[in-house]
Ligand binder design. Sequence first.
Ligand SMILES: Nc1ncnc2c1ncn2[C@@H]1O[C@H](COP(=O)(O)OP(=O)(O)OP(=O)(O)O)[C@@H](O)[C@H]1O
Ligand SMILES: [Mg+2]
Length: 316
Amino acid sequence: MSAAAEIVFDHVTKRYAGRDAPALDDLSLEIPAGTFCVLVGPSGGGKTTALKMVNRLIPFDSGDIRIDGRSVRDLPLTELRRGIGYVIQQIGLFPHQTVGENIATVPRLLGWPKRQTAERTVELLELVGLEARDAERYPAQLSGGQRQRVGLARALAADPPLLLMDEPFGALDPITRFRLQTELRRLHREVGKTVIFVTHDVDEAIQMGDRIAILREGGVLAQYDTPDAILAHPADDFVAQFVGEDRALRRLALRTLRDVTLEPGSQSEPGSRVSPDTTVRNAVSLMLETGDEQLVVVDGDRVLGVFHLRDAGELL
Ligand SMILES: Nc1ncnc2c1ncn2[C@@H]1O[C@H](COP(=O)(O)OP(=O)(O)OP(=O)(O)O)[C@@H](O)[C@H]1O
Ligand SMILES: [Mg+2]
């Protein structure tokens, strides 16, 4: 497998024994290498099933799943799973092993020299925002958010080209969750892996995904596109309802003032001062709160330009 893998679901169908409705119905999805792809949808839509078919924890009935052009059915199971980092909610850390030992699970299986494994462990702890000395601690001595970071570090240990993540942040408080979401996005930019990330939270999907696949009940793909395209043009009523009536505001949240054309302005310009990293949604919210028609975008002492309330409408 390459540094980041291309994943293709090709007309995949799955029926569990004793159930009439398929869990996944003719799913076709192309995920280009390096994409952060989010599977989202209501409970029972087949998200976990789709994910577990990639590493063959669940067999499928028909169709095919290919990683870099090779069917997962043709890959030896050990080779397949070593190429995949798998992160699931809450579970998974070995309680009687230290954080360091947990992270080194796959390198140990692969027979890496001790020193290389130790160096990699420290590197990963830093990458996920923990400290080198946390390696000595046990999972029970960590907070939920810290455990989740260890799970992520363990999944990344042997540098797999594909990460599968099933609601990894579901059990976290909103603040920890936001922090880990931000970090995972940064990490994705840095390490450039292909990620398939499952959530039932549409906000999380919009914030995290380069592309979003929306699965509806019965395992039917309702829409597959970029967050902006889905918010701007929901494929049908189901998608429109799922992404919410405030989808226009959600689109504005995808952009910051750095991404929009500002009108030139000087220091004497009236209006609140905001950083270019402010989202357009927050800029609008601020203007509605203060009653101003415009904001001045500043970088330290430098005025970058002026953003008007009416500009927001034009962006949609
Ligand atoms: N082992 C199983 N045997 C029978 N049916 C199953 C099994 N696992 C899942 N299902 C059914 O398949 C469908 C899809 O389940 P799946 O777990 O993939 O949904 P999901 O989208 O991950 O839902 P959630 O958001 O609740 O995690 C559901 O109707 C579920 O009841
Ligand atoms: Mg699930």
